[in-house]
Design a protein around this ligand. Sequence first.
Ligand SMILES: C=C(O[C@@H]1C=C(C(=O)O)C=C[C@H]1O)C(=O)O
Length: 109
Amino acid sequence: MTTPTDITTADITAADGTTAEKTGARTAEAADVITGARERIDALDDRIIGLVQERMAVSAVIQRERITSGGRRVSLSREMEILSHYREALGKPGTTLAMTLLELSRGKI
Ligand SMILES: C=C(O[C@@H]1C=C(C(=O)O)C=C[C@H]1O)C(=O)O
């Protein structure tokens, strides 16, 4: 006989067939909200990745131009501006994010 304690999150199935187990939700309604919001996050992440790739390409143009003209790849003063910009917008983790973007754009220094 099935008692309430036998019901697991896998039994709570959202309208679109997504189980609560996959989302961690405890109701089908919550699973629906989470599934929809996760789709938005996936779309945002795709856009962010595209923007990062675009940033890398633009940065490469600048670096190539400077090196070809006899200059150096890296401009520390410009990098300080970028680190400040991200820190002002996002706080301390913004600095970490900017450092990662800079490494992606010009490699390790
Ligand atoms: C793109 C540049 O060259 C390098 C790469 C940077 C970047 O990806 O933002 C910043 C400074 C430089 O170290 C630049 O000088 O603007």
